[in-house]
Design a protein around this ligand. Structure first.
Ligand SMILES: NC(=O)c1ccc[n+]([C@@H]2O[C@H](COP(=O)([O-])OP(=O)(O)OC[C@H]3O[C@@H](n4cnc5c(N)ncnc54)[C@H](OP(=O)(O)O)[C@@H]3O)[C@@H](O)[C@H]2O)c1
Length: 298
Protein backbone atom coordinates (compact mmCIF):
# COMPACT_ATOMS: atom_id res chain seq x y z
CA UNK A 1 0.00 0.00 0.00
CA UNK A 2 1.17 3.52 -0.68
CA UNK A 3 -0.83 6.35 0.84
CA UNK A 4 0.19 9.85 1.87
CA UNK A 5 -2.33 11.63 4.07
CA UNK A 6 -2.35 15.22 5.25
CA UNK A 7 -4.34 15.12 8.48
CA UNK A 8 -5.77 18.06 10.38
CA UNK A 9 -5.74 17.06 14.06
CA UNK A 10 -3.08 15.14 15.96
CA UNK A 11 -4.42 14.74 19.49
CA UNK A 12 -8.12 13.84 19.19
CA UNK A 13 -9.61 10.34 19.38
CA UNK A 14 -9.79 9.76 15.64
CA UNK A 15 -6.48 11.52 14.96
CA UNK A 16 -4.60 9.28 17.40
CA UNK A 17 -6.22 6.10 16.11
CA UNK A 18 -5.17 7.06 12.59
CA UNK A 19 -1.58 7.52 13.76
CA UNK A 20 -1.64 4.24 15.73
CA UNK A 21 -3.05 2.23 12.86
CA UNK A 22 -1.11 3.57 9.89
CA UNK A 23 0.72 0.52 8.62
CA UNK A 24 3.67 0.15 6.24
CA UNK A 25 3.33 2.33 3.18
CA UNK A 26 1.06 4.86 4.89
CA UNK A 27 2.49 8.26 5.73
CA UNK A 28 0.39 10.59 7.83
CA UNK A 29 1.43 14.19 8.28
CA UNK A 30 -0.67 15.20 11.27
CA UNK A 31 -1.09 18.90 11.97
CA UNK A 32 -1.73 19.82 15.59
CA UNK A 33 -3.45 23.00 16.73
CA UNK A 34 0.00 24.52 17.35
CA UNK A 35 0.89 23.95 13.69
CA UNK A 36 -2.44 25.03 12.17
CA UNK A 37 -5.18 26.61 14.24
CA UNK A 38 -8.46 25.89 12.50
CA UNK A 39 -9.82 29.29 13.43
CA UNK A 40 -7.36 30.67 10.83
CA UNK A 41 -8.92 29.72 7.47
CA UNK A 42 -5.96 31.24 5.60
CA UNK A 43 -3.53 28.99 7.47
CA UNK A 44 -5.77 25.98 6.73
CA UNK A 45 -5.75 26.76 3.01
CA UNK A 46 -1.98 27.31 2.97
CA UNK A 47 -1.39 23.99 4.75
CA UNK A 48 -3.17 22.15 1.93
CA UNK A 49 -1.64 24.24 -0.85
CA UNK A 50 1.90 23.77 0.46
CA UNK A 51 1.64 20.14 1.57
CA UNK A 52 3.88 18.61 -1.11
CA UNK A 53 3.00 15.25 -2.59
CA UNK A 54 -0.08 13.85 -0.85
CA UNK A 55 -2.91 11.55 -1.93
CA UNK A 56 -5.70 12.88 0.26
CA UNK A 57 -6.60 15.22 3.09
CA UNK A 58 -8.38 14.05 6.25
CA UNK A 59 -10.02 16.44 8.66
CA UNK A 60 -9.85 14.66 12.03
CA UNK A 61 -10.19 17.89 14.04
CA UNK A 62 -13.35 19.59 15.23
CA UNK A 63 -14.87 21.73 17.93
CA UNK A 64 -16.62 18.94 19.87
CA UNK A 65 -17.85 20.69 23.05
CA UNK A 66 -21.57 20.23 22.35
CA UNK A 67 -22.88 22.23 25.31
CA UNK A 68 -20.18 24.90 25.31
CA UNK A 69 -20.93 25.62 21.65
CA UNK A 70 -24.20 27.25 22.75
CA UNK A 71 -22.17 30.10 24.25
CA UNK A 72 -19.33 30.00 21.67
CA UNK A 73 -21.15 29.81 18.35
CA UNK A 74 -18.56 31.84 16.42
CA UNK A 75 -15.77 29.52 17.52
CA UNK A 76 -17.84 26.40 16.79
CA UNK A 77 -18.64 27.66 13.27
CA UNK A 78 -15.06 28.77 12.60
CA UNK A 79 -13.68 25.31 13.40
CA UNK A 80 -16.55 23.11 12.21
CA UNK A 81 -17.72 25.01 9.13
CA UNK A 82 -15.34 27.71 7.87
CA UNK A 83 -12.13 25.68 8.32
CA UNK A 84 -13.52 22.63 6.46
CA UNK A 85 -14.78 25.03 3.78
CA UNK A 86 -11.23 26.35 3.36
CA UNK A 87 -9.89 22.77 3.22
CA UNK A 88 -12.45 21.88 0.57
CA UNK A 89 -11.61 24.86 -1.67
CA UNK A 90 -7.89 24.16 -1.33
CA UNK A 91 -8.39 20.45 -2.10
CA UNK A 92 -10.50 21.29 -5.13
CA UNK A 93 -7.79 23.63 -6.39
CA UNK A 94 -5.23 20.79 -6.19
CA UNK A 95 -7.58 18.03 -7.36
CA UNK A 96 -7.23 16.26 -4.00
CA UNK A 97 -9.90 14.25 -2.19
CA UNK A 98 -11.12 15.53 1.19
CA UNK A 99 -12.36 13.15 3.88
CA UNK A 100 -14.36 14.96 6.52
CA UNK A 101 -16.16 13.72 9.64
CA UNK A 102 -19.61 14.75 10.80
CA UNK A 103 -22.23 13.57 13.27
CA UNK A 104 -25.71 12.16 13.84
CA UNK A 105 -26.32 15.42 15.69
CA UNK A 106 -27.27 17.07 12.40
CA UNK A 107 -30.65 15.33 12.91
CA UNK A 108 -33.50 16.28 15.24
CA UNK A 109 -34.06 12.72 16.46
CA UNK A 110 -37.77 12.88 15.69
CA UNK A 111 -37.69 10.09 13.11
CA UNK A 112 -39.03 6.75 14.33
CA UNK A 113 -36.52 4.76 12.25
CA UNK A 114 -32.76 4.97 11.64
CA UNK A 115 -31.63 7.96 9.58
CA UNK A 116 -30.40 7.48 6.03
CA UNK A 117 -28.09 9.88 4.20
CA UNK A 118 -30.96 11.41 2.21
CA UNK A 119 -33.02 12.35 5.30
CA UNK A 120 -33.39 16.08 5.87
CA UNK A 121 -31.13 17.34 8.66
CA UNK A 122 -32.61 19.59 11.37
CA UNK A 123 -30.08 20.15 14.14
CA UNK A 124 -31.30 21.01 17.63
CA UNK A 125 -28.27 23.03 18.69
CA UNK A 126 -25.30 25.17 17.65
CA UNK A 127 -22.85 22.25 17.50
CA UNK A 128 -25.15 20.28 15.18
CA UNK A 129 -25.80 23.35 13.04
CA UNK A 130 -22.09 24.12 12.79
CA UNK A 131 -21.35 20.54 11.74
CA UNK A 132 -24.16 20.68 9.16
CA UNK A 133 -22.74 23.92 7.77
CA UNK A 134 -19.37 22.13 7.52
CA UNK A 135 -20.91 19.19 5.62
CA UNK A 136 -22.61 21.52 3.17
CA UNK A 137 -19.51 23.68 2.65
CA UNK A 138 -17.31 20.64 2.03
CA UNK A 139 -19.70 18.95 -0.39
CA UNK A 140 -20.38 22.24 -2.15
CA UNK A 141 -16.74 23.17 -2.72
CA UNK A 142 -14.98 19.87 -3.45
CA UNK A 143 -16.22 17.34 -5.96
CA UNK A 144 -14.12 14.53 -4.45
CA UNK A 145 -15.34 14.90 -0.86
CA UNK A 146 -16.50 12.14 1.50
CA UNK A 147 -18.37 13.26 4.61
CA UNK A 148 -18.57 10.44 7.14
CA UNK A 149 -21.24 10.82 9.80
CA UNK A 150 -20.40 8.95 13.00
CA UNK A 151 -21.96 8.57 16.47
CA UNK A 152 -20.83 8.28 20.08
CA UNK A 153 -17.15 7.78 19.33
CA UNK A 154 -15.28 5.83 21.96
CA UNK A 155 -11.63 4.89 22.33
CA UNK A 156 -8.87 4.58 24.89
CA UNK A 157 -8.02 8.21 24.18
CA UNK A 158 -9.50 11.54 25.21
CA UNK A 159 -12.88 12.29 26.68
CA UNK A 160 -15.76 10.04 25.74
CA UNK A 161 -18.71 8.23 27.31
CA UNK A 162 -16.65 5.13 28.12
CA UNK A 163 -14.06 7.13 30.04
CA UNK A 164 -16.78 9.17 31.77
CA UNK A 165 -18.62 6.02 32.94
CA UNK A 166 -15.41 4.45 34.27
CA UNK A 167 -14.66 7.66 36.21
CA UNK A 168 -18.17 8.09 37.59
CA UNK A 169 -18.42 4.39 38.40
CA UNK A 170 -15.60 4.91 40.90
CA UNK A 171 -17.16 7.89 42.63
CA UNK A 172 -20.97 7.78 42.44
CA UNK A 173 -22.93 5.56 44.85
CA UNK A 174 -25.68 5.14 42.21
CA UNK A 175 -24.92 5.88 38.60
CA UNK A 176 -27.83 7.58 36.85
CA UNK A 177 -27.60 6.93 33.12
CA UNK A 178 -29.82 8.23 30.34
CA UNK A 179 -31.90 5.42 28.85
CA UNK A 180 -33.96 7.22 26.19
CA UNK A 181 -31.20 8.37 23.81
CA UNK A 182 -30.24 5.83 21.17
CA UNK A 183 -27.47 5.66 18.60
CA UNK A 184 -24.91 3.29 17.15
CA UNK A 185 -21.80 3.61 19.33
CA UNK A 186 -18.72 3.67 17.14
CA UNK A 187 -15.11 2.86 17.93
CA UNK A 188 -12.77 5.60 16.72
CA UNK A 189 -10.31 2.83 15.88
CA UNK A 190 -12.81 1.09 13.59
CA UNK A 191 -13.49 4.41 11.87
CA UNK A 192 -9.74 4.92 11.39
CA UNK A 193 -9.40 1.35 10.08
CA UNK A 194 -12.20 2.02 7.58
CA UNK A 195 -10.48 5.19 6.35
CA UNK A 196 -7.10 3.46 6.04
CA UNK A 197 -8.55 0.42 4.29
CA UNK A 198 -10.35 2.57 1.72
CA UNK A 199 -7.66 5.24 1.36
CA UNK A 200 -6.05 3.95 -1.83
CA UNK A 201 -9.43 3.42 -3.46
CA UNK A 202 -10.56 6.92 -2.48
CA UNK A 203 -7.30 8.44 -3.69
CA UNK A 204 -8.08 7.06 -7.17
CA UNK A 205 -11.86 7.59 -7.29
CA UNK A 206 -12.78 10.29 -9.83
CA UNK A 207 -15.31 13.06 -9.31
CA UNK A 208 -18.83 11.69 -9.72
CA UNK A 209 -17.89 8.23 -8.36
CA UNK A 210 -20.31 6.66 -5.83
CA UNK A 211 -17.66 6.83 -3.11
CA UNK A 212 -18.21 10.58 -2.69
CA UNK A 213 -20.91 12.38 -0.75
CA UNK A 214 -22.48 11.62 2.61
CA UNK A 215 -21.84 8.26 4.25
CA UNK A 216 -22.96 6.89 7.62
CA UNK A 217 -19.99 5.04 9.16
CA UNK A 218 -21.05 3.43 12.43
CA UNK A 219 -20.52 0.10 14.16
CA UNK A 220 -23.28 -2.50 13.93
CA UNK A 221 -26.02 -2.38 16.55
CA UNK A 222 -27.91 0.37 18.33
CA UNK A 223 -27.87 1.08 22.04
CA UNK A 224 -29.07 3.52 24.63
CA UNK A 225 -26.53 5.24 26.86
CA UNK A 226 -27.78 2.92 29.61
CA UNK A 227 -27.23 -0.18 27.44
CA UNK A 228 -23.72 1.01 26.72
CA UNK A 229 -22.99 1.66 30.40
CA UNK A 230 -24.18 -1.85 31.26
CA UNK A 231 -21.89 -3.31 28.60
CA UNK A 232 -18.96 -1.24 29.89
CA UNK A 233 -19.34 -2.50 33.45
CA UNK A 234 -20.03 -6.08 32.36
CA UNK A 235 -16.52 -5.97 30.86
CA UNK A 236 -14.70 -3.86 33.43
CA UNK A 237 -16.38 -4.90 36.70
CA UNK A 238 -18.03 -8.26 35.95
CA UNK A 239 -18.53 -9.38 39.56
CA UNK A 240 -19.00 -5.95 41.03
CA UNK A 241 -20.86 -3.53 38.74
CA UNK A 242 -21.84 -0.18 40.23
CA UNK A 243 -25.48 0.41 41.09
CA UNK A 244 -27.15 1.99 38.08
CA UNK A 245 -30.45 3.70 37.54
CA UNK A 246 -31.93 4.36 34.08
CA UNK A 247 -33.17 7.94 33.81
CA UNK A 248 -34.74 10.04 31.05
CA UNK A 249 -32.81 12.76 29.22
CA UNK A 250 -34.84 15.33 31.14
CA UNK A 251 -33.04 14.25 34.33
CA UNK A 252 -29.90 16.02 33.04
CA UNK A 253 -30.87 19.42 31.63
CA UNK A 254 -28.11 20.57 29.27
CA UNK A 255 -27.57 23.85 27.38
CA UNK A 256 -27.79 21.92 24.08
CA UNK A 257 -30.97 19.84 23.81
CA UNK A 258 -30.16 16.24 22.91
CA UNK A 259 -31.96 14.29 20.19
CA UNK A 260 -33.45 10.99 21.35
CA UNK A 261 -32.90 9.07 18.12
CA UNK A 262 -29.40 9.36 16.68
CA UNK A 263 -29.43 5.97 15.00
CA UNK A 264 -27.75 6.07 11.59
CA UNK A 265 -28.48 3.50 8.91
CA UNK A 266 -25.29 2.21 7.30
CA UNK A 267 -26.85 0.55 4.24
CA UNK A 268 -25.09 2.94 1.88
CA UNK A 269 -21.69 1.89 3.28
CA UNK A 270 -22.60 -1.73 2.60
CA UNK A 271 -23.80 -0.87 -0.91
CA UNK A 272 -20.82 1.26 -1.95
CA UNK A 273 -17.92 -0.27 -0.01
CA UNK A 274 -19.31 -3.81 0.47
CA UNK A 275 -18.59 -3.79 4.18
CA UNK A 276 -20.07 -3.17 7.58
CA UNK A 277 -18.21 -2.36 10.77
CA UNK A 278 -18.37 -5.08 13.43
CA UNK A 279 -20.83 -4.92 16.36
CA UNK A 280 -19.99 -2.12 18.80
CA UNK A 281 -19.81 -4.61 21.69
CA UNK A 282 -16.86 -6.39 20.03
CA UNK A 283 -15.09 -3.10 19.49
CA UNK A 284 -15.78 -2.13 23.11
CA UNK A 285 -14.09 -5.34 24.30
CA UNK A 286 -10.94 -4.39 22.40
CA UNK A 287 -10.91 -0.84 23.74
CA UNK A 288 -11.43 -2.04 27.32
CA UNK A 289 -8.53 -4.50 26.85
CA UNK A 290 -6.40 -1.64 25.52
CA UNK A 291 -7.27 0.49 28.56
CA UNK A 292 -6.33 -2.25 31.01
CA UNK A 293 -3.05 -2.87 29.15
CA UNK A 294 -2.34 0.89 29.41
CA UNK A 295 -3.09 0.77 33.14
CA UNK A 296 -0.70 -2.15 33.64
CA UNK A 297 2.17 -0.40 31.89
CA UNK A 298 1.52 2.99 33.59
N1 LIG B 1 -16.72 12.28 19.96
C1 LIG B 1 -17.91 11.87 19.51
O1 LIG B 1 -18.67 11.19 20.22
C2 LIG B 1 -18.35 12.24 18.13
C3 LIG B 1 -19.63 11.87 17.72
C4 LIG B 1 -20.03 12.19 16.41
C5 LIG B 1 -19.16 12.84 15.57
N2 LIG B 1 -17.91 13.21 16.00
C6 LIG B 1 -17.01 13.87 15.05
O2 LIG B 1 -15.90 13.00 14.86
C7 LIG B 1 -14.73 13.78 14.57
C8 LIG B 1 -13.59 13.33 15.46
O3 LIG B 1 -13.98 13.58 16.82
P1 LIG B 1 -13.06 13.22 18.05
O4 LIG B 1 -13.93 12.64 19.12
O5 LIG B 1 -11.86 12.47 17.58
O6 LIG B 1 -12.63 14.68 18.52
P2 LIG B 1 -11.82 15.09 19.81
O7 LIG B 1 -11.23 13.88 20.48
O8 LIG B 1 -12.68 16.01 20.61
O9 LIG B 1 -10.61 15.91 19.19
C9 LIG B 1 -10.83 17.11 18.53
C10 LIG B 1 -9.53 17.50 17.86
O10 LIG B 1 -9.75 18.74 17.20
C11 LIG B 1 -8.68 19.61 17.55
N3 LIG B 1 -9.10 20.99 17.50
C12 LIG B 1 -10.16 21.57 18.12
N4 LIG B 1 -10.16 22.90 17.88
C13 LIG B 1 -9.10 23.15 17.08
C14 LIG B 1 -8.56 24.32 16.50
N5 LIG B 1 -9.11 25.53 16.69
N6 LIG B 1 -7.45 24.19 15.73
C15 LIG B 1 -6.85 22.99 15.54
N7 LIG B 1 -7.31 21.85 16.08
C16 LIG B 1 -8.40 21.94 16.84
C17 LIG B 1 -8.30 19.20 18.95
O11 LIG B 1 -7.02 19.69 19.26
P3 LIG B 1 -6.57 20.00 20.78
O12 LIG B 1 -6.21 18.66 21.38
O13 LIG B 1 -5.43 20.92 20.62
O14 LIG B 1 -7.75 20.63 21.48
C18 LIG B 1 -8.37 17.69 18.82
O15 LIG B 1 -7.22 17.18 18.21
C19 LIG B 1 -15.15 15.24 14.72
O16 LIG B 1 -15.47 15.74 13.45
C20 LIG B 1 -16.42 15.17 15.55
O17 LIG B 1 -17.28 16.27 15.29
C21 LIG B 1 -17.49 12.89 17.25
Amino acid sequence: MSLRILQFGATGQLAREMLDRAGPGVTITALSRAEVDLTDAGAVARAVAEAGDIDLVLNAAAYTAVDKAESEPDLAYAVNAWAPAAMARACQARGLPLLHVSTDMVFSGDKAAPYVETDAPAPLHVYGASKLAGEQAVLGACDRALVMRVSWLFSAYGQNFLQMMLRLGETQPVLKVVADQRARPTASGDLAAFILSQGERLAKAPAGAPEWGLLHVVNEGAASRYDMAQAIFALTRPGDPPAMEPVPTTAFPTPARRALNGELDSGRMQAVFSLQLRPWQEALEDVVAQLSAQKETA
